[in-house]
Design a protein around this ligand. Structure first.
Ligand SMILES: [Zn+2]
Length: 298
């Protein structure tokens, strides 16, 4: 929302959102100071331009927000007007307002959720408990459950092997070609902890995907799948993969606080700077998956 050529500390004060139709405002929402503050974040990555290149001059994002909202289709929303107030270190008030056009997106690739069997969504996109980075706006963290729908063996949950999802086969969501792969990362040794000591050097501030792949589906859509079990990833950059092919195993590598798989559909090969794309899965009945959704993937 705010970018600056110099480092700047801004305190969120309030935010107004208007859902705008052809003839005027359809709905108005106000976020008070604490509500607004909880939606802002500091990116752990240096800013880059949409094509992945570095900006011509230094660029800082002192106030970034990602919003995810579900509105009735009956409301003919064509744009959102987002207006914010923030204060600087000297208490001066800053205001900014931006009209954001609303577009609809039709998913092109028929996707499988990347594992089969019983599972739960641990967190989903922005405003759904996590993933407020640009390409992760619609991402899912999912883990496998046992036959009684439990995420851990009774009374345990310290070791990775206590999680019934750990080691489950991770499958290719659709045909494609591997364009990025990382397979050298260790698993977090304790099943219910995220210890920064196990993050790669470049992700010491968080956001480490651990062992991961990006698959190009050939139509402007790319699947990014992360946190594979150490040593389990079987594919390399350049490999062709087919829908449902086993890629590796659900693991606990990178910035993860329990064994799970991270899945997101994105617009390019670089998860760091691609746009997020919304998606649904052929092998799960529910079309909306949110934090806490139980599912059985066929
Ligand atoms: Zn995730």
């Amino acid at each position: 929302m705010v970018q600056s050529p110099v480092p700047l500390t801004l305190t969120p004060e309030s935010m107004q959102i208007d859902l705008v139709g052809k003839d005027g405002v359809l709905r108005h929402m106000t976020y008070a100071k604490d509500g607004f503050a909880s939606l802002t974040y500091k990116t752990a990555l240096p800013p880059k331009m949409p094509d992945g290149t570095a900006p011509a001059q230094d660029l800082y994002w002192p106030l970034a927000i990602r919003l995810r909202a579900i509105e009735p289709a009956a409301l003919p929303v064509v744009a959102m007007r987002i207006s914010i107030k923030a204060s600087d270190e000297r208490g001066r008030m800053l205001t900014a307002s931006r009209l954001v056009p609303i577009e609809s997106y039709t998913q092109k690739t028929h996707l499988l959720f990347p594992f089969r069997g019983k599972g739960i969504i641990l967190q989903a996109g922005a405003m759904n408990g996590g993933h407020r980075n640009r390409s992760g706006e619609y991402a899912f963290d999912g883990t496998g459950l046992d036959d009684a729908w439990s995420p851990v063996k009774p009374g345990d949950g310290k070791n990775n092997s206590d999680y019934p999802g750990f080691g489950r086969d991770i499958i290719a969501p659709a045909d494609g070609r591997v364009v990025r792969a990382r397979k050298d990362r260790p698993d977090q040794p304790v099943g219910d902890e995220s210890n920064p000591e196990y993050y790669a050097a470049e992700y010491k501030r968080g956001g480490d995907p651990g062992n991961f792949v990006v698959i190009d589906h050939g139509n402007g859509e790319f699947s990014m799948i992360a946190h594979f079990e150490s040593g389990s990833l079987k594919v390399d950059v350049g490999d062709k993969v087919t829908r449902a092919q086993v890629l590796g195993k659900l693991g606990h590598s990178g910035d993860t606080d329990s064994p799970h798989v991270h899945y997101q559909l994105q617009s390019g090969p670089d998860w760091e700077y691609s746009d997020a794309l919304p998606c649904q899965f052929d092998n799960i009945d529910q079309k909306v998956l949110d934090r806490g959704s139980y599912f059985e993937a066929k």
